[in-house]
Ligand binder design. Structure first.
Ligand code: LMR
Length: 331
C-alpha cells in the first residue's frame, strides 16, 4: 500500500514536472552518472550525448555528466536510478544480475569471438527483447553500448589456465564471472570498479579482467606487470533510464532524445574497437606491463577450461537466447 502510494506521488511529481516543461518553465535535467574515465567509449558517449542534447534541445533539456563514480558508484547507482535520483546510467551488463538473469548471457566466457559478433547479436530481435527485461522494475533499456574484449592482467605471467591457480582476481558482481575464475582454480573477489586500483595496490587481489581502455585509463599497468591477451569475454553496457521518468516526458522531447541516443550509440559502438586498440598501443609503448600474446593452442586451453560453465547457465538465461547468440560468430 505504502509502495503504491509512493509510486503515485512519484508519478504525480513527474507529471507536474513534465507539464511545467511544456509551459517552458524549467528545463528538464538529466543526470548521467557513470563509473569510468572520460576518455573511454562510455565516457565519450556520455559527453557526446550531452553535446547533442544541448545543441538540439537547448532550453528544454540539460544534461549533467558525472564520470568516475563521482555521483553514484556500482553499489548504489541502480537503486538511485530506480528512485529517480539519477536519470541515465550505462552499467555493464554484469551489474544487472539482481534484476534479470537473462543478461548473464553476456558474461559467458568465449561466447562471442569479437566485438563485431557482439554487435551482430545486439541487432537481433532476441537481443532487443533484453532492453525491456527490467521494465517491471522501473529500469528502461534504451541501447546497448560496447567497450571491448576483456584481457587478464596479473602479478604473474599467465600463459595457460593453470597459471592463474590460487591468484585472487577482482570481478564485477556476477556469479558467472565468479564461476569462470573458480573453473581456473583461482579466487574471485567482487567489488566496485572504483575500488579495483586500491585492491590491487594493497595486494587484496593480484589480478583483474578488463578491456584495454579500462586498464589504461585506470593506470592498472602500474600495478600489473603482465597482461595476457585472452579476449575471453566482452564488456558491454546497457544505457538505461527510469521507466516512469522516461515515460513522463512529452512525446516530442522523448522522440528527439531517442534519436540522439541512436546517433550516439552508433558513434560509441563504431569507435569502441579503435579506442581499445589505441589504449593497447599506449600500454605497449609505456612499457610498464608486458603484453603476452597466446598461441592458438594456449587460447584453446583457456576456452576448454572456461566454456563448460555455459551449461549451468543455460536454463536461467533461456536456451533459445543462448542458441541465438551462438549463431553470430563467423567461425
Ligand atoms: C567494471 O566494473 O569492471 C566495468 O563494468 C566498469 C565499466 O563501467 O566499464
Amino acid at each position: 500500500m505504502l509502495k503504491l502510494f509512493s509510486s503515485l506521488i512519484t508519478a504525480t511529481l513527474l507529471a507536474a514536472a513534465s507539464s511545467a516543461m511544456a509551459e517552458g518553465k524549467a528545463p528538464i535535467v538529466i543526470k548521467f552518472s557513470h563509473v569510468v574515465a572520460e576518455d573511454t567509449p562510455k565516457g565519450k558517449g556520455a559527453l557526446l550525448f550531452k553535446k547533442l542534447v544541448e545543441e538540439r534541445l537547448a532550453g528544454e533539456v540539460t544534461v549533467e555528466v558525472y564520470p568516475n563514480a563521482s555521483l553514484f558508484g556500482d553499489a548504489d547507482e541502480l537503486e538511485a536510478l530506480r528512485s529517480n535520483k539519477v536519470q541515465l546510467l550505462a552499467p555493464s551488463l554484469s551489474k544487472f544480475e539482481p534484476y534479470t538473469k537473462q543478461l548473464q548471457l553476456f558474461d559467458l566466457p568465449f561466447l562471442f569471438d569479437d566485438l563485431e559478433a557482439v554487435k551482430r547479436f545486439q541487432k537481433r530481435d532476441k537481443s532487443r527483447e533484453l532492453l525491456r527485461s527490467m521494465s517491471a522494475q522501473n529500469i528502461y533499456g534504451l541501447a546497448f553500448w560496447n567497450n571491448g574484449m576483456k584481457q587478464l592482467s596479473a602479478t604473474r605471467e599467465l600463459h595457460l589456465p593453470g597459471d592463474a591457480k590460487d591468484l585472487a582476481f577482482r570481478i564485477q558482481p556476477s556469479t558467472v564471472l565468479q564461476a569462470q575464475f573458480e573453473a581456473l582454480g583461482a579466487k574471485a573477489v567482487a567489488m566496485p570498479f572504483g575500488e579495483t586500483f586500491a585492491a590491487l595496490q594493497s595486494g587484496a587481489v593480484q589480478g583483474a579482467e578488463n578491456p584495454w581502455s579500462n586498464i589504461a585509463s585506470q593506470k592498472l599497468d602500474s600495478l600489473q606487470p603482465f597482461v595476457t591477451e585472452t579476449n575471453h569475454g566482452s564488456l558491454n553496457y546497457m544505457l538505461v533510464s527510469n521507466s516512469t521518468f522516461w515515460g513522463s516526458m512529452p512525446y516530442k522531447t522523448r522522440s528527439e532524445l531517442e534519436a540522439i541516443i541512436e546517433e550516439v550509440t552508433f558513434a560509441v559502438n563504431k569507435d569502441a574497437e579503435i579506442l581499445n586498440q589505441q589504449a593497447r598501443e599506449q600500454l605497449r609503448v609505456a612499457g610498464k606491463t608486458r603484453l603476452i600474446s597466446l598461441t592458438a593452442q594456449e587460447q584453446a586451453a583457456w576456452r576448454d577450461a572456461m566454456q563448460p560453465l555455459w551449461k549451468s547457465y543455460e536454463q536461467a538465461i533461456d536456451a533459445d537466447m543462448l542458441r541465438a547468440a551462438q549463431t553470430v560468430n563467423r567461425r
